[in-house]
Design a protein around this ligand. Sequence first.
Ligand code: MF3
Ligand code: CO
Length: 251
Amino acid sequence: MIRLKNDKQIEGIRRSCKLLSAMYRELMPLVKPGVMTIDLDRWVRDWIKKAGGRPAFLGYGPRKNPYPAALCVSINNEVIHGIPGKRKIREGDLVSLDSGIDLEGFISDQAVTVEAGQAAAEIHALNAATRDCLYQGIAAAKAGDRLLQIGRAVSARAGNYGVVHQFCGHGVGLELHEDPQVPNYPHGPNPRMGAGMVIAIEPMVNLGTGDVEILEDDWTVVTADGKVSAHWEHTVAIFKDHTEILTDPLE
Ligand code: MF3
Ligand code: CO
C-alpha cells in the first residue's frame, strides 16, 4: 500500500533531506586515499547525533543480522550496502556512499559516488552516466504517468552499461522502505504516480554485467563479474504539477 504524504509530512521529510545533503557536503571531501571506511561511519554517526537526528540505516533489517552502521561504503566492484571497516580507500577507487536520517520520524535517503583522487577515464564516465541515469529517472517521475516510466528512462540512458535489476528504489519518508518498489528497468507493478508520493530513485549501474551477488555478510552486494559499479540516489516528492528533489544536488 502506497502511503501518500500530506504537505506537513512532506515539509518534515524535506527538512530531513536537507540535513542529509548538508552532511554529505562535508563528508564527500573526506573520501581520500588512506582513509579507513570505519572512520567515515564514525564521522557520520557523530554528525547526525549532533544535528539532532538518528541514523536511519543503523539497526535496520532482519533482527538476526541488522545493518551495523550509519553509512554504506561500497568500493569499486561493491554495488551497495558495503559495511564500513578497516579497509583503506585507495587512489582511483570509486566509492559509493549511502545514508539516511530519521529526523523526528521523517526519513531521508540519498546516495552519491565519489572518485578518490584521480579515477580511470572509463570509471569517471560510468560515474557521470549513473548520475545522469538518476536525473533521467527523476524527469520521468510525474503525477499522472506510470511508475515504470522511471525505470524505462534509467535503462534507456544507461545504454550498454549493466543496470542492476535485483535491487531498486522505493517509497520513503515515514519508513526507510515503503511501497512502491521503484525498479531501474520496466518490470513489475506499474501504478500511476500521484501527488503526495515520496520515493527514492536509485540507479545502480555497472561497467560490465548488471548481475550481482551477495557476500557472506548477507549485506554487501558485489558485481558478478568483478567490474566497477556506481550508485546515485535522491529522495523526491511528487506534486500535482511538479516534482521536487527533496535532497540537494551533490557532485
Ligand atoms: N539506500 C539504501 C536502500 O534503499 C538504504 C538501505 S541500507 C540499510 O537499500 F542498511 F539500511 F538497509
Ligand atoms: Co534507498
